[in-house]
Design a protein around this ligand. Sequence first.
Ligand code: GDP
Ligand code: MN
Length: 350
Amino acid sequence: PWSKKFPANRTTAMAYRDIPKEPGKRAKAAIIALVRNSELQDMLNTLKSFEGKFNSRYNYPYVFLNDEPFTQEFMDTISAHTSSETMFGLLPKDHWEVPKWIDQTEAQLSRIQMAKKGVIYASSLSYRKMCRFNSGFFYKHPLLQEFDWYWRIEPDVDFYCDLKYDPFIYMQENNKIYSFVIAIKEIRNTINNLWAYTIKYALDNNLNTTLLSYFTNDRGRGNDYNLCHFWSNFEIASLKFFRSDQYESYFQYLDKTGNFFYERYGDAPVHSLAAGLFLDKDQVHFFEDIGYRHSNIINCPEVKTDELKAKSTCQCPNLDEEGLRRAEWPCLGDWKEYEPRNMTNTDYRR
Ligand code: GDP
Ligand code: MN
């Protein structure tokens, strides 16, 4: 059958290359998801929504990653629900396991301390591995080497708008590097020292930053973290950015602190602050027109003008009925109006 045409971890429900494409450019892009076998149903729900709103027309390939081998059932079921190519990859152990130089006793003690404060995922070691993987390793996976762009999806998310254009091409043609749909505040107890290290990194490397000011309490005139971050469960971004020497050096700097384990650094604030360090505001795009839900937070645009309707058509849920909320204030609220401010060593030293 079809699965014989590819190596064991590379399957295709149909020869997607035979399906006529809409004319036009294509990006070297993949849809990626880190997911567990136990999340098959939730992943299917995401897949159905994502295919319906976007990918059944664009047929970008999927790369599913897992720290454990995917079951045949997982691979067959997923592949049966898309006509796009599906690839299933196992993570190299050293991209996932706790590095030897981490003091496991100290890590466990800090998990216990954090759990007492009632922080979500406080006591989970695997959650920390996941966050570290998504911070410093996903873009190094062999299956992603042929791609320049990725769109990250997760189990149990919804998409609400028929997207009538290719967001990868949009990113490429408008010099965008990173994008988001939801920005909210991080839980301070998970990233107590992340800001201090980030500032120290900027200082040690004499960085002139512009977007970092978005993440300061007084927008560049001080140096306290306002806890805003782009939610990374949705991302459309450049793999070249993450593979760059500067991103790698920032990740290594953070990793050496051990705080992916001693604290609980999320990949979302890490990606966001990296964008703050290395990118300008106009390289980061808010995909306002992509309706999206993760847990109980949504982004859903009211599509009123014909111009917007030509780009997408949305079926947004009733927020009250569904117990959903928008993430408008304060992080998303002023993204549009926010004017970046140059920050240099003088600002970092404050
Ligand atoms: P949340 O969004 O922060 O609540 O965290 P999730 O539980 O949704 O995890 C984020 C992403 O990582 C999802 O795509 C999960 O499927 C995936 N994930 C989390 N933990 C693991 C794990 O231990 N193994 C694998 N393979 N995937 C994981
Ligand atoms: Mn999630």
